[in-house]
Design a protein around this ligand. Structure first.
Ligand code: SAH
Length: 232
């Protein structure tokens, strides 16, 4: 590749997505994630591998590696890289090597599913908006990720066919964690979901399923699009 010949133009000026080296821009993003406290090397490597600019409109491609959430159509957003990395790190806590089967609720543009495909053996990702389900399929085609399974349906019901899951991660925030998710979680499995706390704001909730029951921790405040029931 002609990497050495490329003039040192600013990241924002580079026409990302047309074959130039976005790897360097991503490496900087990963470095920043590490500085922000993401420690899991497997997560950092996955974040460095997935070309985020391929998941957003070309007009937004030059913002793809900034730590910002971006619109993906139909009123939905792709989370900022820091939040994606943080949630996957929480999902993997205590795991050495790859996670087993993972369920993602809210495929959106498919970006997080692509990141998950590098840290889990199988990824089942469900989306309730047909337009986004189809867009994600289109976005992911390029990557040929054989272990990502996209499902169109209501993720509030989970996806029993892939259960039990080593991990469940929600990209949409509800008032409570649906019982179906806990039922479909393997013993020893972990769930990470933005949820409304008793204090009335949305925070990341982590649940660990043990033989004795569910261990729940409430972490930092977040802002996710709402978890809705039914399909559209
Ligand atoms: N992980 C996504 C983020 C998408 S935003 C990405 O990387 O792009 C959250 C998504 O959750 C939205 O697309 C929204 O339509 C979806 N969603 C909300 N409630 C849902 C439900 N019950 N089942 C499936 N998807 C849902």
């Amino acid at each position: 590749m002609g990497k050495a010949l490329v003039q040192p133009v600013s990241a924002a000026a580079r026409p990302l997505g047309v074959g130039l080296d976005s790897g360097a821009v991503r490496a900087r993003m990963v470095q920043k994630l590490a500085e922000q406290g993401i420690q899991d090397k497997t997560v950092l490597a996955a974040m460095g591998q997935v070309e985020r600019h391929r998941f957003v409109e070309s007009a937004l491609a030059n913002q793809a590696y900034e730590d910002t959430s971006l619109p993906i159509g139909l009123g939905q957003t792709i989370s900022k890289p820091n939040v994606v990395a943080r949630m996957i790190e929480l999902l993997r806590l205590g795991t050495t090597g790859k996670l087993g089967r993972v369920l993602e609720i809210g495929t959106g543009c498919g970006y997080q599913a692509a990141v998950l495909s590098h840290v889990a053996s199988e990824v089942y990702s469900i989306e309730r908006l047909r337009g986004l389900h189809e867009k994600a399929r289109e976005n992911l085609r390029h990557f040929r990720l054989a272990n990502v399974h996209l499902i169109f349906g209501d993720g509030m019901l989970g996806y029993p066919k892939g259960a039990p899951y080593a991990g469940i991660i929600s990209a949409a925030g509800g008032d409570a964690v649906p019982q179906a998710w806990l039922d479909q979680l393997a013993v020893g499995g972990r769930l990470v979901a933005p949820t409304i706390t008793p204090a009335g704001h949305q925070a990341l909730v982590v649940m660990l399923k043990t033989e004795q029951g569910i261990e729940r921790s409430v972490l930092e405040a977040v802002h996710f699009v709402p978890l809705k029931s039914g399909i559209a």
